[in-house]
Design a protein. Sequence first.
Length: 556
Amino acid sequence: MEAPNLLVTLGLTLVLAALGAAIAVRLRQSVILGYIVAGLVISPYTPGFVGDLGSVEALADVGIILLMFTIGVELSLRELARVGRVAIAGGIIQTIVMIGVGFGAGKLLGWSNNASLFLGAAIAISSSTVLSKVLGERGALGSVHGRISLGWAAVQDLSLIVIVVILSSLASGGTNLFHDVIVGGGKALLFLIVLVPVGSRLLPFVLLRISALRSREIFILAVAGIALGTAYLASLFGLSTALGAFVAGIVVSESDLSHQILGVIMPLRDIFAGLFFVSIGMLVDPSYVLHHMPLILLAVLLIIVVKGVVSTGLVASLGGSLGVAVLTGVALAQAGEFSFLLGRLGVDLNALNDGEFSLILAATATTIILAPAAYQLAIPAVARYERGRPKEIVDDQLANPAHPPLHGHAVICGYGRVGRLIGGALRRRGLPFVVVEQDVEIAHRLRQDGIRVIVGHSDNFTTLQHVGIGQARLLVVAIPGALETRQTVGNARLLNPALQVIARVQSESERDYMQRQDVIAIIGERELGLEITRLTLRRFGVSAMEALAVVQRLRD
């Protein structure tokens, strides 16, 4: 069939990606699997419509840049510092060991040196996305093993910078490998020297000034421009564009605007990243997968069993209890988006053939499917072990966050005149709460007062997840916008169906809508009128109790 034009390919690709993702979600699997299946449907290896791979890959390049940028923004260097040597030493050692294991397995299979190294790198890196999903669904993000696992994954994410530089140099096929690695490393170092010191000061300053305009459209354009512009800058240094975007994300990750950046770039990223994973699926040869199932199972065992055992042993040897070590090892025993990225890079550099790439992809996808089940099985086993041993004061030594994990707290969206009164009352009573505020200056003052606050839009999933909405007792929406209030309540209820919600609304219709959602809705102007009514009655000598009764009848 003749290759279709870009519009037909893009339209059909997005529709199939949405269908595949919907089916994957219904089956309680990662949407990544749905995207890959969508790619298989329109791949040249399957009958029927054949998508224009070149068109999809051109858009997919934008997707991987935005994906890597957001991963960099989500990378918490502060969290990494809190878990200390367990994450840093463990992550480095485990990555090196698993690259060696994968290289040895590849050589036993008769693969070339470069292909074996790409196999080792692909199975060594755990997926932060899969890890966050597995831990978040079970409320374990704030646990000791959860913090160690996320810190460990952060080290692996950072190690990707070195891995990509080395693998790209080795795959270039030069006659002097040592020279190629030194030159590649020198270019990467020069890029970091240019970007990190300058970017860490310039980029947050620019974004702060743009944020002050209070225009989401301009902010989105600025963030996307920074991601794509930095990726292009990396290409001028001979580096991967994805690597440049990743470093740019890290540069802005510790700024006050990091959550707002994630909030505005996520929808754009999700569209183009979906195209990236569709393009991955279009490269897979299903017949190779079916005829080489034993090899795929071997790769799966390397990732789940060998990687899990290595990670468990390292945590235990670095001072963790056996229970924490086992749960950390099981959580890290998977692969994800970086494995796909490395596989795609290997194909582009001619280090991997189509069959080898298909094996890596199939093994990675299998671990994504098995990761939630493996973690769920490990929890009761560890719990039984923990009940049968003496209590140890080990876990607290592994992670020492500045604040205790959020649980049973209130989330206040908006800290203006209304939110400030609510927060002040909670603080005086010593009740836990966290604030979501768009104004950077207000957020800065709150931090100086020791109040937990996140800068961002409350209607965004990422922001709500960062304030621990899944473990919250109460959500107070004190923002004026009706649409943002509705979206905030809807997204919060998706993450925590049992959440109690109190919302500020502006009209009777909004109040009626919120009450149908089992939300306590307060109309600001109406409450003002009721309070003035109470005071007026009191001035005419009506008793306090009777005035309150009148106001309550009016309210009802």
